[in-house]
Design a binder for this molecule. Structure first.
Ligand SMILES: [Zn+2]
Length: 261
């Protein structure tokens, strides 16, 4: 038996249940969350392998491809730039989800509306077609939410040893860093989440490509995290017992993550 196979079997012996669909389905695969494709050179943080059943691993591959593309496109940090890998992701999403590609052809009216909503000004003398701005299709939000919730299940498993299940309510959100209001939201969330983990690998540091804060509140069984992918994507999610949050805005019952069709 090869070393990789031996290692995987030992991992599954130690983690016999899928942590994404309630903890009652045998895990047969190791799933990397966040997906490795979201990182330069497809090198993700070490120690972020999770036990998954086939359905939870394969059934989210489409959303993870979309997620990886936007993580790569949003991150403007020079050291994290990986042109070849990004172009491969662009081709993949264009083939599989043509409707989810960024829209590079926003009209002047659309750009004007965005600038006004955010209180931004275009450079003096610039025409609207010169303003660097792409549109993100609304459907992308569903894929982002799926990834936010999958990461939530993974981090709950990592930090508590429990599987997230349908007795829980979840809420999630995401934004591109640098937009008005994001820093404030981040500070508020981070204030309630004192533990900071920076993704790291032995030998290779993945630097600032992935870091997150998490926190839990035992009396209410609340668990939350806020994660940053380089200088680009900011994403957060939280879980609490469904009977506590059922009538709150934005919360919905947790279901096993699957790519939206
Ligand atoms: Zn599963």
């Amino acid at each position: 038996m090869g070393a990789a196979k031996k290692r995987r079997e030992a991992f599954l012996r130690e983690h016999p249940w899928c942590c994404f669909c309630g903890g009652r389905v045998p895990a047969t695969t190791e799933d990397h969350v966040p997906v490795r494709a979201a990182f330069a050179g497809k090198i993700g943080p070490e120690g972020f392998e999770f036990p998954a059943c086939e359905a939870c691993n394969r059934g989210t591959a489409g959303s993870e491809q979309v997620f990886a593309l936007y993580v790569r496109l949003f991150d403007r940090t020079e050291e994290n730039y990986d042109e070849r890998h990004t172009e491969k992701l662009i081709r993949g999403v264009r083939n599989n989800y043509p409707d989810l590609m960024p829209d590079a052809n926003l009209t002047a009216t659309e750009k004007r509306r965005v600038l006004r909503n955010f209180g931004w000004e275009r450079a003096r003398g610039a025409f609207f077609d010169e303003v660097p701005m792409v549109g993100i299709p609304d459907l992308v939000a569903q894929h982002m939410a799926m990834n936010a919730r999958k990461l939530l299940a993974a981090l709950i498993y990592r930090h508590t040893g429990n599987a997230l299940n349908e007795e829980s309510g979840v809420v999630s959100g995401w934004s591109q860093q640098g937009l008005p209001g994001v820093d404030e939201a981040h500070n508020v969330l981070a204030g309630g989440m004192p533990q900071l983990v920076i993704g790291a690998r032995v030998n290779t540091t993945i630097g600032d490509q992935f870091s997150y804060r998490w926190g839990r509140n035992d009396p209410e069984s609340l668990f939350g995290y806020a994660a940053e992918f380089g200088s680009g994507l900011f994403i957060f999610a939280a879980a609490a017992p469904w009977d506590v949050v059922a009538d709150r805005d934005g919360w919905s019952r947790y279901v096993a993550p699957r790519s939206p069709q």
